[in-house]
Design a protein around this ligand. Structure first.
Ligand code: AMP
Ligand code: GLY
Length: 422
């Protein structure tokens, strides 16, 4: 079968790498892809927002399955477009993708499905948000309701910072219309975990747990990013806790989506805070996590294409996933300055040498090829991922590889996976 994967980040390189190992794969196309995905299949220069050209390409190249990686094209209805044309597509419909694209919708659905989450209120007028935040003397979390590349959330220990955040989002409109509505939440305390599950509308298959590192700075300081590193499994997620999250979060959400008339199919990602009072949902995403996918898929032994087709066909109950018991750690190397402004076009050295290390894969995210050289081309540049006998071993191997790679201004956190080792 020919497969078209849509996207160009580190997550897509990991998905492409895994799909390329499938026994049923004939040809893999990636639109637009990056120099990493080019090692797994053929990159096609079509943007993720150009549904007309993507559809035409899929028809001309006998594509049997389309896999949509990022949230923007999902929210814009790319899966709906392919399905209307009779082509199987992995991912939720535009309506179901609101679960990520509209945090107010997600909050509402969590409430009506009795799913534990932080107390929160939704505002579409700055004055109301300001008055509410000012009336509280606890920390608040201010969230742009729309899509903001993982940067639309402000955890504010001081309410006056919360008011400033609301002003930036609603009045200065730094995320455009994505910030016309905000959600203001109580701050939750605990350890975070990412729970990713395949969903076929009815059946749920939960993958191994993982943990992301959202803030830019070591010790979880500074502004949030798309994610600076991840590991799998996350020791904080015991088998018992995973069962509880499945029962109290995933099952009611899939039921709730059906009741709401927006049935869910694809990858469902629950961002969880493990609090003293039990698991609470921070957010839902409607796609694979980035960078969680990199360590998770490095541990997946089963055929990814087979699972994705089972999701599309509604036969997920017939699938069993097998895992490499060894943990994996992914360290993101970013451009200096990210998540604010950064420069692009810096030559990356040491990629080949790093990849020669055993059980190490360097997933590309923001890179481009020029005259045979690989250059930086985004905020998050690489996801250096390693398997190890223990999580500490995987961490050591990942950083060994990181230390071989260089580019001007390269930045990474040095404490990825420390929480799992402590
Ligand atoms: P979200 O995109 O909603 O997951 O938020 C991004 C990050 O902000 C999360 O991964 C958490 O680190 C943090 N965060 C979000 N909501 C809360 C909350 N209610 N309490 C504490 N931290 C939060
Ligand atoms: N790593 C967080 C996300 O994918 O949204």
């Amino acid at each position: 079968m020919n497969v078209l994967l849509v996207g160009s980040g580190g997550r897509e390189h990991a998905i492409a790498w895994k799909l390329a190992q499938s026994k049923d794969l004939a040809k893999l196309y990636i639109a637009p892809g990056n120099p990493g995905t080019a090692q797994c299949g053929e990159n096609v220069p079509i943007g993720t927002d150009d549904s007309g050209k993507l559809l035409e390409f899929a028809r001309q190249n006998n594509v049997g399955l389309v896999v949509v990686g990022p949230e923007d094209p999902l929210a814009a209805g790319l899966v709906d477009a392919f399905e209307s044309a009779g082509i199987k597509a992995f991912g939720p419909s535009a309506k179901a993708a609101q679960l990520e694209a509209d945090k107010a919708f997600a909050k509402q659905l969590m409430r009506s499905s009795s799913i534990s989450t932080a107390e929160g209120r939704t505002f579409d007028r700055y004055e109301d948000a300001k008055a509410y935040i000012a009336s509280r003397d606890e920390p608040v979390v201010v969230k742009a309701a729309g899509l903001a590349k993982g940067k639309g959330v402000y955890v504010c220990d001081d309410p006056s910072d919360g008011i400033l955040a609301a002003e930036k989002v609603m009045c200065d409109r730094i995320f455009g219309s994505a910030g016309d509505t905000i959600v203001v939440e109580d701050k939750l305390l605990g350890e975070e975990a990412s729970i990713l599950a395949f969903v076929d509308g009815r059946n749920i298959y939960v993958m191994e747990s993982s943990q992301d590192h959202k803030p830019i700075g070591e010790g979880d300081t500074g502004p949030n990013t798309g994610g600076m590193g991840a590991y799998s499994p996350a020791p904080v997620v015991t088998e018992e806790l995973m069962d509880q999250i499945t029962r109290e979060v995933l099952v009611p959400m899939v039921d709730g989506m059906n009741r709401n008339g927006t049935p869910y199919k694809g990858m469902l990602y629950a961002g969880i805070m493990v609090t003293a009072g039990g698991p609470r949902v921070l957010e839902f995403n409607v796609r694979f996590g980035d960078p969680e996918t990199q360590p998770i898929l490095m541990r997946l032994k089963s055929d990814l294409l087979e699972v994705m087709l089972a999701v599309c066909d509604g036969t997920l109950d017939q699938v069993t996933l097998e895992w490499d018991p060894r943990p994996a750690v992914c360290v993101v190397m970013a451009s200096g300055g990210y998540p604010d402004d950064y420069e692009k076009g810096k030559e990356i050295t040491g990629l080949k040498e790093a990849e020669e290390l055993d059980d190490v894969i360097v997933f590309h995210a923001g890179t481009k090829e020029q005259d045979g050289n690989i250059l930086t081309n985004g905020g998050r540049v690489l996801g250096v991922t390693a398997l190890g006998e223990t999580i500490a071993d995987a961490k050591t191997r990942a950083y060994q590889a990181v230390d071989i790679i260089g580019f001007e201004g390269a930045y990474c956190r040095r404490d990825i996976a420390n929480k799992a080792i402590r």
